[in-house]
Write a new protein. Structure first.
Length: 222
């Protein structure tokens, strides 16, 4: 499991301490960029992302929940994140946008809302490196995991076939369900409160890792 904690769930008044607790424990930092249009919530943009990058070596997992991502994506090129993910629902120029991201040496990702069918990826699978499945409605906090996401992940895994594409899942994930999500085919997990709740970041991450390890052991036994 690659773990990508959502920085929005951290204590933003003491972010340096949170970053110190994450160093060496996680593979990515998930940056939820929300414009107040594509989703009702407004978060932060490239300037805050740039500031955060100055304080950590953890690779950035940039998730653009914005309208017209073709206007926003180039702003993140100088930051050299691990990937830039845009929503397939937000643009009519997905292939061109994915190619532009890759041209800049960054992995290209696309995200699908819960109601968006996998058929929206028909022309994109050979152009991207990552698919982010939203297992809650984006922009609304405190939602529980949508159980039908499991079959969607499984079908996506089959659709990907032997392509080198990472399946990432975001929304309502904790130690109680991370195992079945990984068994369905996910490789990267986005976790917000599951990583930051109570301020015990190392302990929270350890519990997620333990739950993931149990799922791997179970899969091997079966």
């Amino acid at each position: 499991m690659d773990l990508s904690p959502s920085i929005l769930a951290a204590d933003l008044t003491d972010l340096k301490a949170s970053l110190n607790d994450l160093e060496g424990r996680v593979e990515y930092l998930h940056m939820d960029v929300m414009d107040g249009h594509f989703v009702p919530t407004l978060s932060f943009g490239e300037l805050y992302t740039k500031l955060l990058k100055q304080h950590t070596d953890i690779p950035l997992d940039v998730h653009l929940m914005v309208s017209q991502p073709e206007k926003e994506v180039p702003k993140y090129f100088p930051l050299e994140p691990a990937n830039i993910t845009f929503h397939v629902e937000a643009t009519d120029f997905g292939v061109r946008l994915a190619r532009e991201i890759r041209k800049n040496g960054i992995k290209a990702g696309v995200s699908l809302n819960p109601a968006t069918p996998l058929s929206s990826l028909d022309y994109l699978l050979d152009e991207i490196d990552l698919v982010l499945i939203m297992s809650v409605e984006p922009g609304f906090y405190g939602q529980s995991f949508i159980e039908s996401s499991l079959s969607k992940i499984q079908r996506l895994r089959d659709l990907i076939g032997d392509r080198d594409i990472t399946i990432e899942v975001d929304g309502g994930i904790d130690a109680s369900n991370v195992g079945e999500i990984l068994q369905a085919g996910a490789r990267r997990i986005v976790a917000g409160s599951a990583c930051f709740k109570g301020g015990d970041i190392p302990g929270n991450i350890a519990r997620l890792r333990d739950a993931a390890a149990v799922s791997v052991d179970t899969k091997h036994v079966s």
